[in-house]
Design a protein around this ligand. Structure first.
Ligand SMILES: NC(=O)c1ccc[n+]([C@@H]2O[C@H](COP(=O)([O-])OP(=O)(O)OC[C@H]3O[C@@H](n4cnc5c(N)ncnc54)[C@H](OP(=O)(O)O)[C@@H]3O)[C@@H](O)[C@H]2O)c1
Length: 267
């Protein structure tokens, strides 16, 4: 274990969202003090009211470079960073304005890189800490309407693997978590997309458990999805043409169209 959960201070971005809230609750339940950040302060304060002690709230807009730059100092000592905030950025590549492209790159990729760089330095000096990136199975294989989202989520994977190597032997661990379709809360649930029969889902609590497992075992990568999707994403890395054709047969274009419609308000 590269960070002692019970005695740690954890910064969780996207803490007002479906998965972020579950991660905050899981870290808090293990004794961590959690600094919860997002734009919607009222949602964060409700969570703080619910959990009581050991929750601090910081509102920040991760699309704003100044907010990202200021966050590490505002947060104080941080032993665990969970870079979870993201926009769904779903839809055909030519459906995004310049501003929407840049916002997705800023929130999903630029902010996690800056925060990890700024927070891993002090962790390294203390000889302990952990950085967790929430990617997606769309960070291992792409599907229709996922070009921009996948660019950010593949990017996180590359950054995380390199960072992990840079930090070997320092006491600071790095984990990337790859959720599949998550039910009950979060950006997939909110889109009301219906999956083809037989495509399974997982819950926000299972993603949070994956985060805890990644930290406690210092795992490089943790998938949170049923076996079929995990195997599909692995195969997509080896034979993307074959897997792309199989996905189309299984209805990936229909799922992509539903996601783009249901997530248009989160661009
Ligand atoms: N849900 C799924 O099925 C699924 C699957 C694979 C991966 N994931 C990944 O899991 C993570 C959490 O997703 P979720 O499902 O919980 O989504 P969500 O419910 O839509 O939450 C997104 C979070 O990101 C924050 N956020 C968005 N724009 C921001 C900005 N400009 N500045 C600061 N914070 C911002 C939101 O907070 P505010 O709006 O309050 O700012 C919110 O807390 C994401 O990285 C996502 O890509 C989700």
């Amino acid at each position: 274990m590269s960070a002692n959960l019970a005695a740690s201070r954890a910064l969780v971005t996207g803490a007002s969202g479906g998965i972020g809230e579950a991660i905050v609750r899981a870290l808090h339940a293990r004794g961590a003090t959690v600094v919860a950040t997002a734009r919607r302060k009222d949602v964060l304060e409700r969570l703080q009211g619910d959990l009581g002690d050991r929750v601090e709230v910081l509102s920040a807009d991760l699309a704003e470079a100044g907010d990202v730059e200021a966050l590490p100092e505002r947060a104080g000592r941080i032993d665990i960073l969970v870079a979870n905030a993201a926009l769904p950025a779903s839809g055909p590549y030519d459906s995004f304005s310049d501003i929407e492209v840049d916002r997705a790159l800023d929130v999903n990729l630029r902010a996690p890189i800056h925060l990890a760089r700024d927070l891993a330095g002090p962790m390294r000096e203390r000889g302990a800490g952990h950085v967790v990136f929430i990617s997606s199975l769309a960070g291992k294989t792409s599907s229709p309407g996922s070009s921009l989202y996948s660019a950010t989520k593949f990017g996180l994977r590359g950054f995380a693997l390199g960072l992990r190597e840079d930090l070997v032997g320092t006491g600071v661990g790095v984990t990337t978590v790859f959720p599949g379709f998550i039910r009950d809360a979060g950006m997939f649930h909110d889109s009301k997309t219906e999956l083809p029969k037989g495509v399974g889902t997982r819950t926000p609590d299972q993603v949070a458990a994956g985060v805890i497992r990644g930290i406690e075992r210092n795992r490089p990568e943790v998938d949170v999805a049923p076996l079929g999707l995990r195997l599909g994403s692995m195969a997509g890395g080896i034979a993307p043409g074959v897997v792309g054709a199989a996905q189309r047969k299984l209805g990936s274009r229909d799922v992509a169209a539903q996601l783009a419609r249901g997530q248009a308000d989160k661009r």
